[in-house]
Design a protein around this ligand. Sequence first.
Ligand SMILES: CC(C)(COP(=O)(O)OP(=O)(O)OC[C@H]1O[C@@H](n2cnc3c(N)ncnc32)[C@H](O)[C@@H]1OP(=O)(O)O)[C@@H](O)C(=O)NCCC(=O)NCCS
Length: 200
Amino acid sequence: MTGKSKASPGRPRKPDPVAPPAFPVLRKFGPHRTEMRLLGPADRDTLLKFFRSHTRETIHLRYGYELSHMTEERAAELVGVDQTRDAAIGIFEHDQEVPLVAIGRYCLKPGGTSAEVAFVVREDRRRLGIATALLSALLAIAASRGLETLDAQVLRENQPMLEIFFGLGGVKSAIPGTGEVTVTIDIRKALRNLGRRRQH
Ligand SMILES: CC(C)(COP(=O)(O)OP(=O)(O)OC[C@H]1O[C@@H](n2cnc3c(N)ncnc32)[C@H](O)[C@@H]1OP(=O)(O)O)[C@@H](O)C(=O)NCCC(=O)NCCS
């Protein structure tokens, strides 16, 4: 007996005793005061404005293809997810014309033990630790719900995103015939790695 519990295949395991973040979370990134909280239906127009502020490069890296327009319906879906199953988190700066400056989300995959994550951070708010904070919040939510892994589909050339995942123990596998890789993160291992970092 190792004392480690094993989940039955295809079922979420017993949730880890990890508390999900107590939203709203107020935090400074560099000089910028922010609020991190779950997105909701009232954020639709803010999300549309945020999308319109993205450069082509950002859209390409986030979605993997050119996307020149986002419909109101799509934006409503993206902010109106079932937050007890999926997770969609926004980081807001309330003194900005477009107050939304970053989004991290996950979408539960069939089987219920894994979810697919994605992030976008405003171009002039990068390298401040925002994506890492969003990933950390998503990991805590996922662990508290008993998920085992988070996956991301990342363009091979997206070094910033790959660095973040590899830094937490992510493992990549090729998606044949595409320019993307899948990175799989073991949630427990990633939370341990984050905990170790905080101690240093
Ligand atoms: C990828 C992205 C989300 C990262 O957001 P971010 O808030 O800048 O990331 P962080 O500040 O948390 O970076 C954490 C670490 O990742 C690595 N990293 C991040 N950006 C990097 C870059 N441009 N070059 C090299 N390493 C980078 C560094 O190790 C960094 O730590 P450090 O700043 O202490 O050196 C952001 O660049 C982005 O929105 N890109 C466009 C959309 C996208 O690629 N989405 C991913 C689709 S899954």
